[in-house]
Structure formats: structure tokens, C-alpha cells
Design a protein around this ligand. Structure first.
Ligand code: UDP
Length: 363
């Protein structure tokens, strides 16, 4: 059985690493990897392939740094040709990027079965490119692997039980990753040069709704600078955010570092005091490593973390961010099994293998 995996952005490398490892251990299953090129820097792409044992991509489309429409269109064309040549049994896509949608659409039009990992998530903010990609990808997939009960409920309320689409609760592949790589955390060399011996906060900011809105970005930066006065903040700065900050002439007064590999990221998550982030993945990873996360957005797809009191939505409001970081509580229960048992990748590969050779309608 042949699985053609499509990745392009940092979180997809991490998700695909866990599933690729299981595929490599499963006799009779072959994986062909397409990297669309959406993320390409050494520290946004290569480091994950080098550190996490992801196979070398057979194809790299080199498509990046263009508008959403142009990027998605070019990917669609490039992926279609590869699918015609490779004739896979499954196309496997992850998350909510343009690479996800282009891969699912190219496959669906050729009547190749599509498996979507991290399906069913909704922010209910249709202006987000990620929300558009999720909704469209789910609708044209063959099987949807959901990480949470909330994701399953979202699909039910959209009427998915009446559609010819399988819905499976696999759990979160990023929980698998956190468990596996949690023991392999790597201390960044530069950390001893920073004055963070008495604790620090870990921050990430990259989401378009913040970076593309100067008012929001300014508020977040002012807030992070203010938090840094009492708790040092380490910020691995996303290249896009860096560029926009430079263009706007904003000033970050925290410990700025280059984006780190996943093993160093795990180290930072394990050793920090708390997290400030607009990242989807980091919100959950904070929970996996028993840290509370203040979410720099107005809504989240991971609502269960807010309901259990681990995370708090603070938006892009300077005062709300600073107050939350200052008045954080310590008695959070991190023991709820919200994201499966850490065997999501095994479940996904077993499922794909079971239904590998049947046509698109798998009932
Ligand atoms: N991450 C990383 N290095 C960094 C920042 C993030 O390895 O410098 C990891 C993070 O731990 C998580 C993933 O990248 O697993 C999240 O990616 P990102 O925030 O870019 O995307 P999102 O999850 O919001 O889609």
C-alpha cells in the first residue's frame, strides 16, 4: 500500500514525523513524501527532518512566499502531476495550511482517497485562512481523523453523519510527539548566556490575525515587553513576524532568538514558567508539559483547555495579557486525558492499512 504524504509548514513536519515513524515500522506500507516548500529556512524546515527522522522528501515543489491564491494554485498543479505519476492508495494531509487544502483538492479531483489528520477543528472565524482550509479539506476528504471530542461534535453539527465521509477519533498526533520527544529534549546552547536562572516565560507570535494587524501586533509587543520586566521572556521569532516588526519599526525588548528545532522547543516548554502564544500547537504542548498558556487570540480551536482552566484567552489586549501573566494560578489539574492515549499515529496507520486497497467509498 502506498501513502503519499503532503507537508509544507513547520507544524506539519512535527505531525508527520510521528506518523512516518509508525509507517516505517509497518511492513507492506510505503510512504512517498511531498514537501511543498511553504516553509524552507534551515530552522523552519531542515532541522525537523534532520532531528526527527522524517524521510527525505521525494519531491520538493519549492512553492513559498506568495499570495494565498497563487500559492494554493501552484501547489494544486504540482501535486496533481505527482499523483498521476505515483498513483498512491492514500493522500495524507495534516492540519490547516494551503498545502493541506491543495493536497486534498488535487487528490479528491483524481478520486484518490484523502485522509485528513487534525480534522474537525473550528475557530468559527471564517476570515482565518486556516479556518477556510480546514472546512474545505474536511468536506472533500475520505476519512477524518479527529483529535478531540469537540472536533467530532463540530462535524456532527455540520451534518457529517449524512455524508459519505468516515469520521474517526484518533487523538492528537502532537501528543504522541510530545511523549516520544519529551525524553529527547535538547538544551539550547544560547540559554546559559541569558539571565533566566530564576524562571522565564516562553512566547511565540506568528498568526496572520496578529501579524497582519498593526494595532494587535503593537499591543502584543507592548504586553510582552512589560511581562519581561518581571519574568524574562524568551521569544523564538517566526521569520514572517520578524519581517513585519522591522517594517513597522516596532521594538521588542525581550530575549529574541531564532526559531528553534522541536527538541529545543520541548526543552523550553518543559523548563518555562508559563507560555504566551497564538500558535495552535503550542497551546496544547503547554498542557502536555504542564504549563498554562495565555492565548494571544480572540478564540481557540482547543476550547477544552480553556474549559479545564489550563489556558486563558487574552486576545491582543495589553492589559489583559499583563494581568493574566501576573495573576496566574498554580493549582491547575493537567491530568485530564483530552487528546487520546498517545497512540494516534498507530491508529491512523492501522486504519489506512485496513482500508488501503478499496476504492473511495470504503463502506
Ligand atoms: N515550534 C518549534 N520551534 C519554534 C516554534 C514552534 O519547533 O521556534 C513548534 C511548536 O512546538 C509546535 C509547532 O512548532 O509543535 C507549532 O507550529 P506553529 O506555531 O508554527 O503553527 P500552528 O501550530 O499555529 O499551526
Amino acid at each position: 500500500m502506498k501513502i503519499l504524504t503532503i507537508v509544507g509548514a513547520r507544524p506539519q513536519f512535527i505531525k508527520a514525523a510521528t506518523v512516518s515513524r509508525v509507517i516505517q515500522q509497518t511492513p507492506g506500507v510505503e510512504e512517498v513524501l511531498i514537501h511543498t516548500g511553504q516553509h524552507f529556512d534551515k530552522n523552519m524546515s531542515d532541522v525537523f527532518f534532520d532531528e526527527m527522522g522524517i524521510p527525505e522528501p521525494e519531491y520538493n515543489l519549492g512553492i513559498s512566499s506568495m499570495s494565498h491564491g497563487a500559492m494554493t494554485g501552484r501547489m494544486l498543479e504540482g501535486i496533481e502531476q505527482i499523483l498521476l505519476d505515483e498513483k498512491p492508495d492514500w493522500v495524507l494531509v495534516y492540519g490547516d495550511t494551503n498545502s493541506t487544502l491543495a493536497g486534498a483538492l488535487a487528490a479528491s479531483k483524481l478520486h484518490i482517497k484523502v485522509a485528513h489528520v487534525e480534522a474537525g477543528l473550528r475557530s468559527f472565524n471564517i476570515r482565518m485562512p486556516e479556518e477556510q482550509n480546514r472546512i474545505l479539506t474536511d468536506r472533500i476528504s475520505t476519512v477524518l481523523f479527529c483529535p478531540t471530542d469537540v472536533a467530532i461534535d463540530n462535524l456532527h453539527s455540520e451534518g457529517y453523519e449524512g455524508l459519505d465521509i468516515r469520521v474517526s477519533k484518533a487523538g492528537d498526533v502532537m501528543y504522541d510527539a510530545a511523549l516520544y520527544y519529551g525524553d529527547r529534549a535538547k538544551q539550547p546552547e544560547w540559554i546559559s548566556d541569558l539571565n533566566v536562572h530564576n524562571g522565564f516565560a516562553l512566547a511565540t507570535v506568528h498568526r496572520a490575525e496578529n501579524t497582519d494587524n498593526p494595532d494587535r501586533l503593537r499591543e502584543i509587543i507592548l504586553a510582552i515587553n512589560e511581562v519581561h520586566i518581571t519574568t524574562p521572556v524568551i521569544l523564538p521569532l517566526h521569520p514572517r513576524t520578524k519581517l513585519i516588526i522591522q517594517k513597522l519599526g516596532l521594538h521588542l525588548d525581550v530575549h529574541i532568538v531564532e526559531p528553534v528545532g522541536y527538541l529545543e522547543m520541548v526543552y523550553l516548554l518543559k523548563t518555562c514558567d508559563f507560555v504566551l502564544s497564538d500558535s495552535g500547537g503550542v497551546q496544547k504542548e503547554a498542557y502536555y508539559f504542564k504549563k498554562s498558556c495565555f492565548v494571544l487570540r480572540d478564540e481557540t480551536e482547543w476550547t477544552e483547555l480553556v474549559e479545564h482552566g489550563a489556558n486563558k484567552i487574552v486576545g491582543a489586549n495589553r492589559q489583559a495579557i499583563v494581568t493574566a501573566a501576573t495573576e496566574r494560578v498554580s493549582d491547575i489539574d493537567f491530568s485530564h486525558e483530552l487528546y487520546g492515549a498517545g497512540d494516534a499515529a498507530n491508529k491512523i496507520v492501522a486504519y489506512l492499512q485496513h482500508y488501503g486497497h478499496v476504492g473511495r467509498a470504503i463502506d
